[in-house]
Design a protein around this ligand. Structure first.
Ligand code: SF4
Length: 256
């Protein structure tokens, strides 16, 4: 079975420890209005036209597991120097975990560190499968109110928590990653829920980041309009940073 990707990015520094190759998998079951990778949401390949340059193309291509392995192995010598490896991102990479399994098996045999960035709102068995291979989990925390999560993201908070329980029982969360959006994730009630969740589930680190509008031209090339949000003030970022620190958690403000 082939794997559908949009991009394989070598020498990534923000997707787990060390130097990494990030594989962006196509397809996501959520629809975060601040998504910075709109080309990865639809599993189908999308035609695009860049309105500024006139360039046309297709987002997404299918790659054989063996070819994907070859791409990942290219930087093997760098991974060994500083505990780097490969990160599967997206989209929601867990949705293609079955197609990825032959790749994961080989990478495990070759001792290449594997990290996955996930929103965890997928069927339990996909999480189970990931746990048997993946070394590091980066887990998003977004909207935690049940109705709002369903309405805005098309997600399922109960499923998310079940998967979190499963993951923390059988493996661990390395990084919790929180996008900061005034209109949603930073609402007072949501922040309270985030802090409760952090009290309940351990992780090595928490990362917080301001969302941005850099994907605006990608939205336009797909014939879509990116939702505009109010800029998040530094004071608000610091406030959340301090609250997480007070829980004795390592926290970092990152740029994505
Ligand atoms: S989970 Fe990630 S890829 Fe999917 S819509 Fe949200 S931000 Fe985009």
């Amino acid at each position: 079975m082939k794997v559908r990707v949009t991009n394989i990015q070598r020498f990534s520094l923000n997707d787990g420890p060390g130097i990494r190759t990030t594989v962006f998998l196509k397809g996501c079951n959520l629809k975060c209005p601040w998504c910075a990778n709109p080309e990865n949401i639809d599993f189908n390949k999308n035609e695009y036209v860049n309105n500024n340059t006139g360039e046309q193309g297709i987002f997404g291509y299918d790659i054989e597991p063996e070819k994907l392995l070859q791409e990942i192995r290219k930087d093997k010598s760098y991974y060994q120097v500083n505990q780097g490896g490969v990160t599967f991102s997206g989209g929601e990479p867990l949705l293609q975990i079955q197609a990825l399994e032959p790749v994961l098996k080989k990478l495990k045999e070759e001792n290449i560190n594997m990290c996955i960035e996930t929103a965890l709102q997928v069927p339990n068995e996909l999480v189970e499968l990931a746990i048997s291979y993946i070394d590091e989990f980066i887990v998003d925390i977004k909207i935690l109110d049940k109705e709002e999560n369903q309405k805005v993201l098309n997600g399922n908070v109960e499923l998310y928590e079940k998967n979190l329980q499963l993951l923390t029982k059988k493996a661990q969360v390395d990084i919790f990653r929180i996008p900061l959006v005034n209109e949603y994730t930073l609402k007072e009630k949501n922040v309270e829920k985030i802090l409760e969740l952090l009290k309940k589930y351990k992780s090595n680190k928490v990362e917080i980041f301001k969302i941005h509008n850099l994907a605006e031209s990608k939205y336009a090339s797909l014939g879509k309009t990116m939702t505009k949000f109010t800029p998040v003030e530094d004071g608000k970022v610091q406030e959340l940073y301090k609250k997480i620190k007070q829980l004795n958690r390592e926290v970092e403000i990152i740029k994505i």
